[in-house]
Design a protein around this ligand. Sequence first.
Ligand code: CAA
Length: 397
Amino acid sequence: MPTIGIDAIALAVPEGYVELAELAEARGVPPSKYVEGLGVSQMAVAQAHEDAVALAANAARRLFLQARIDPSNVGMVIAGSETAVDHSKPIAAYLHGILGLPSRCRSYETKHACFGGTAGLMTALDWIASGSARGRVALMMCTDVARYALKSAGEPTQGAGAVAMIVSENPRMLALEPGISGSYSRDVHDFWRPLYSKEAMVDGHYSVQCYLDALAGAYSAWSEASREAGYHRDSIVRRCYHVPYGKMAKKAHRHLMSIEGKTEEQADASYKEQVATSLKLPSQVGNIYTGSLYMALASLLEYEAADLEGKRIGLFSYGSGCTAEYFAGRVMPGAGLFVKQQKLAEPLAERRKYTIPEYEAIRGADYDVDRRPVEQLQVNGAVAFLGVENERRVYTA
Ligand code: CAA
């Protein structure tokens, strides 16, 4: 079987963010609760024109440019999202048009809360492994705008952003292991978003427990599959987790290490070595739902790819509701140089800070956004949602 995996990654984030220390002060909470207690320092805030389609299109355009991908070779585009813009027309269809993808291309959207992106990734992997791709590549998108009610406990765990990935044979970043993964599912009400609401509902502390239970279940299934395939669990040198907020990844790692029979001190020591780097970019963006695990992977590769070439890393994806998967991959030889050329973190450096009143005004404008008439915007060449005309969403070309 050829090597199959993640060939290239690119990120897109909204043009602005808030400092969580400032949000904490505005909410009458000690800043250390958000920054240290939750492990997030900045939170991306999407304006009305930065919807899930626009963010995804900007990430994909950057991917094509930076990694020199020929769009005519894309045979499948899947968009994972839990903040879709339409009940029927998928984000992937908009992307197909905006990006000029070929008509011989399968296109659809996947949903299972934050797991939607991983569902697509696994499908892309199997599509290539089965031979159906016939040399073509899959464009895998994760795109979301995470919103909770203002002044709620979930407010500091919002964010917005997209991750675009190419899944292909002979990948330049991370070889995945088709067929070796561990799944876990259970019907729970930990986090959900009713059809009438733009804001998620959550049973916060229960959701943390559901995440940890799912991690234990998926990890045990993966360990069995991995053992049967002749891999050793201790060959994993780094671990990326779904990151709703940084502290959750720390809790997850402690839990996984306790399953491995390690003490809390041993877990915290290995957290510094195995997990901390993957949280650097997420701590500046917040929760991007489907893309959170893959932003953690991008963060790890951005800072450590050169040292990790040939090494195996573990990945945990969690989607509330709930479903989860544990899987692993090996960093490709040459990934260090390739990742450096990609400038993965560049979009984060180009942002501006919003004041808390600016952030609240942006959120206030959110509610009517899906009926807003088309308006012309100055967006510096980025793809933007311009408004609705004749019941159709209109984007910059
Ligand atoms: N200084 C430092 N730390 C402080 C502090 C201070 N002054 N005050 C409190 N803390 C610490 C607390 O000790 C706690 O740490 P531990 O968890 O290690 O004990 C941490 O800060 C958070 O404090 P609380 O638990 O009191 O916070 P909260 O109840 O206000 O809200 C939350 C926390 C439940 C996670 C809430 O932010 C929330 O509901 N978030 C959305 C749900 C979520 O993200 N769930 C994650 C699992 S589900 C999932 O992963 C899917 C998804 O993407 C949504």
